[in-house]
Design a binder for this molecule. Structure first.
Ligand SMILES: CC(=O)N[C@H]1[C@@H](OP(=O)(O)OP(=O)(O)OC[C@H]2O[C@@H](n3ccc(=O)[nH]c3=O)[C@H](O)[C@@H]2O)O[C@H](CO)[C@@H](O)[C@@H]1O
Length: 371
């Protein structure tokens, strides 16, 4: 194992493939870089990775092909194994070039090669799992990790054979946590006197949520509320056209939002998927939510995530199969027409926040690198 004498560490954070891995990885990278440590963020060639990286020009990113595990006997398995082998070779070079001491994998098979290469090169290795139950990739990645970090308490029992499992929360980017005087209503050109419903479908948008919200717009207009809708790049045009049919409804539709801090600050209620990073941010900003789990998520982990917020009173859980104009409008009305309920949900959300998760992880990386 590498031993460190100087105070500055070199960390490799593998966080490619999806916003739920990228943004918490970036959050840890921001803290380490601000303290003068050397950080390389390993991302994939997917569009969302490039988009996420473009918001952080001050950080160093390296790209590797995205890897998803095919079915066991699929002919694609050969390409997958070849990708792992090539990825491991490329990671060993990155580790040697930047004299990396510690590798942190944020999840997915894209983290496997960096962790494996890290082990081979004598680095300390850690993974972070943000969901209530780990995916297949992180169950495997855990075998090559000295420490397993979990975002949620519910997750820790899913690594029974691992000797060092710690609950640290899921990091929120410090760029989002920074105090600023920017006016969120002015930023989104929304009305200060109206209450705001935020609609978001994770890092790439959610078709099921976009379409159901589209059907409820007339009822939202009658409630006198306004909507900030982050539709995702694929559905953006379709969603804009639906809003154009309800011209009296005050709205702002975006394909992607680089100022999620302002989106959460303007929101009185959010309709969202229950991806782990979205939820940690909803908690951080104390936004009551209606969570609609992605029905095809591996092992239904989004439902398990949402159940935690639902049980704590921070959110209402609504399966996508129950979504229609009336159920959606009723749920939204139940919060907007009841300030006490809204206040209680807000408080419950804030209670679930782990405010210094990025700092905790950064401290731990520095500590293990020095050990
Ligand atoms: C379909 C699926 O399997 N999704 C998974 C994926 O979700 P996904 O990639 O959608 O990630 P999350 O919902 O966890 O987080 C979305 C992130 O994107 C950011 N954001 C989003 C929209 C935008 O316009 N701008 C922006 O910055 C949010 O602020 C947040 O940081 O990874 C998560 C973490 O493993 C899992 O919990 C989710 O189940």
């Amino acid at each position: 194992m590498k031993q460190k004498n100087s105070k500055s560490i070199h960390a490799l954070i593998a966080c490619g493939g999806t916003g739920g891995h990228l943004f918490p990885g970036i959050a840890v990278g921001e803290v380490l870089a601000s303290r003068g440590h050397d950080v390389t963020l390993l991302i994939s060639e997917k569009k969302i990775d490039t988009l996420a990286a473009s918001g952080h020009p001050d950080l160093r990113f390296e790209k590797m092909p995205f890897l998803a595990m095919p079915k066991p006997w699929s002919p694609k398995m050969f390409g997958f194994l070849k990708g792992l082998w090539q990825g491991t070779k490329a990671c060993r070079k990155i580790i040697a070039d930047h004299d990396v001491d510690v590798v942190l994998g944020m999840g997915g098979f894209t983290s496997f090669a960096p962790l494996y290469a890290g082990r081979k090169e004598g680095c300390h290795t850690l993974i972070h799992e943000s969901n209530a139950i780990p995916g297949k990739a992180n169950r495997l990645n855990a075998r090559y990790s000295d420490i397993v970090l979990c975002g949620l308490d519910a997750c820790k029992d899913h690594f029974p054979k691992h000797g060092d499992v710690r609950v640290v929360g899921t990091p929120v980017r410090s760029s989002m946590r920074k105090q600023n005087t920017d006016d969120p209503h002015a930023f989104f050109k929304l009305d200060k006197d109206k209450r705001t419903l935020l609609v978001m479908g994770g890092s790439q948008g959610a078709r099921g949520v976009n379409r159901a919200v589209g059907m409820a717009l007339e009822q939202f207009e009658k409630m006198g509320i306004q909507v900030l809708h982050i539709a995702g790049p694929t559905d953006y045009e379709e969603v804009r056209n639906v809003y154009a049919k309800i011209p009296m409804l005050k709205q702002h539709v975006a394909a992607f939002c680089h100022r999620m801090d302002l989106a959460y600050r303007v929101a009185d209620l959010a309709i969202a998927r229950s991806g782990a990073s979205s939820m940690s941010e909803l908690a951080y900003f104390g936004v009551p939510s209606l969570l609609v789990p992605y029905p095809h998520a591996a092992e239904d982990h989004q439902t398990r995530n949402a159940e935690i917020f639902d049980k704590a009173g921070a959110a209402m859980l609504m399966p996508e199969s129950d979504l229609n104009a009336d159920t959606l409008a009723d749920a939204v009305r139940s919060v907007f027409n009841d300030p006490r309920k809204a206040g209680e949900m807000k408080k419950a959300a804030q209670k679930l926040a782990v405010k210094n998760s990025a700092e905790k992880i950064a401290d731990l990386l520095v500590k293990v690198a020095a050990s």
